[in-house]
Ligand binder design. Structure first.
Ligand SMILES: *Cc1c(COP(=O)(O)O)cnc(C)c1O
Length: 355
């Protein structure tokens, strides 16, 4: 069976050697040495001033919204994973959907201004598939209208834009280290803010509001990463550059072999991470035909992202025709380090034959 992804597992001996340290100290949570070491290594690797490791990639979205005191309406993208929207609703705010750009599939910055009302407090957009939003235009709009900017950068591990980490843009960005992501800790994630005071506020929020053992800075929740998760991250991190390279070869091969599908464009100025391989079919009918043909051979792409999020059952729909159209006919093809040339060729042959 071939799934859309296969979790990269480091040699068990490498993971074991790191876990051994937790066994020695008997300390497996509450920001022990492994979590702190992972944060330091991630800051170095990604080129960041601050990062807070967390237990998944959804709580950082909620903590960012809460920590900036956002209320009212938050402008967001309909083309993302459900967590982007659900976090806004969970925090008692109203998502206002702005349609996506058909080339890059990120929020269409030219439509943002028309969606701003006196109740708008922020923009929460996704760098979808690791493809950066138009961060320059969004920064200008945010400044003009006094809005906060949060980026859901769950897909962006290692992505750089115009010479620096994409995580350097906006007031805060979030990463997911879920087992299906390029870099993972089983379950895990991180919250990044480039501004020291905000970083400190968000830090307290993720640990119950604790400021010392018995003092509290304010309201908090528990989003701490455990030592066991951090050990996985430390074991996986060294393999990331090599894995990105291997994925790049797979993507090249797909692009050479596939015939009647289109590929997404990556925004100029981006050093991409090859985390996903989305393809767009001419129609939903053709997509479904291809999925059927692949299913017969036990090959399972994923319809990332379908449905378009304005169609969620708890949303009063805003109409986003481009997102809805793309969502109906896009799928991510299998990509992972150990996928062989023969397997990629087989997938391409089956797709070409079905179309
Ligand atoms: C994976 C993902 C999340 C959620 O991350 P978890 O670690 O699973 O909580 C949020 N947003 C996007 C765009 C994602 O792909």
């Amino acid at each position: 069976m071939i799934n859309v992804t296969k979790t990269f597992l480091p040699p068990q001996s490498v993971y074991g050697a790191i876990l051994e340290r937790a066994w020695k100290t008997g300390w497996i949570t509450n920001r022990g040495e492994l979590v702190r070491e992972l944060e330091t290594r991630l800051k170095d690797y990604l080129g960041l001033d601050h990062i807070i490791a967390m237990t998944n990639g959804t709580l950082p979205l909620q903590i960012a919204i809460k920590g900036m005191g956002l209320q009212g309406e938050i402008i967001t993208t309909p083309f993302s994973y459900v967590a982007t929207t659900s976090s806004i609703v969970w925090e008692g705010c109203t998502p206002v959907f702005v349609d996506i750009d058909k080339t890059y599939l990120t929020i269409d910055e030219s439509l943002i201004e028309a969606a701003i009302t006196p109740k708008t407090t922020a923009i929460l957009a996704t760098h979808v598939f690791g493809n950066p939003c138009n961060v320059e235009v969004i920064a200008t709009l945010a400044k003009k209208h006094n809005l906060k900017v949060i980026y859901d950068a769950a897909h962006c591990f290692g992505v750089r834009y115009k010479g620096q980490s994409i995580l350097k843009f906006g007031d805060a960005s979030t990463l997911s280290f879920h087992a299906t992501k390029l870099f993972h800790t089983g379950e895990g994630g991180a919250l990044i803010s480039n501004e020291k005071d905000l970083h400190e506020t968000l830090y307290y929020h993720h640990n119950f509001g604790h400021k010392g053992k018995e003092d509290f800075q304010g309201l908090g929740i528990n989003a701490k990463m455990s030592e066991l998760q951090a050990a996985m991250g430390l074991a996986v991190l060294d393999y990331i550059p090599e894995n990105i390279e291997k994925r790049s070869k797979i993507i090249q091969l797909y692009k050479e072999k596939l015939e009647a599908v289109s590929f997404i464009e990556i925004r100029p100025g981006t050093e991409w991470n090859n985390a996903y391989f989305p393809v767009i079919f001419e129609s939903e009918a053709l997509l479904l035909k291809v999925l059927e043909a692949l299913k017969a051979a036990e090959i399972f792409p994923r319809r990332y992202f379908n449905p378009s999020l304005e169609d969620l059952p708890y949303i009063d729909s805003n109409n986003c025709p481009i997102s809805r159209d793309i969502a109906s006919r896009i799928a991510c093809l299998p990509i992972y380090e150990s996928l062989s040339i023969a397997e990629v060729e087989d997938i391409c042959n089956r797709i070409n034959a079905a179309l």
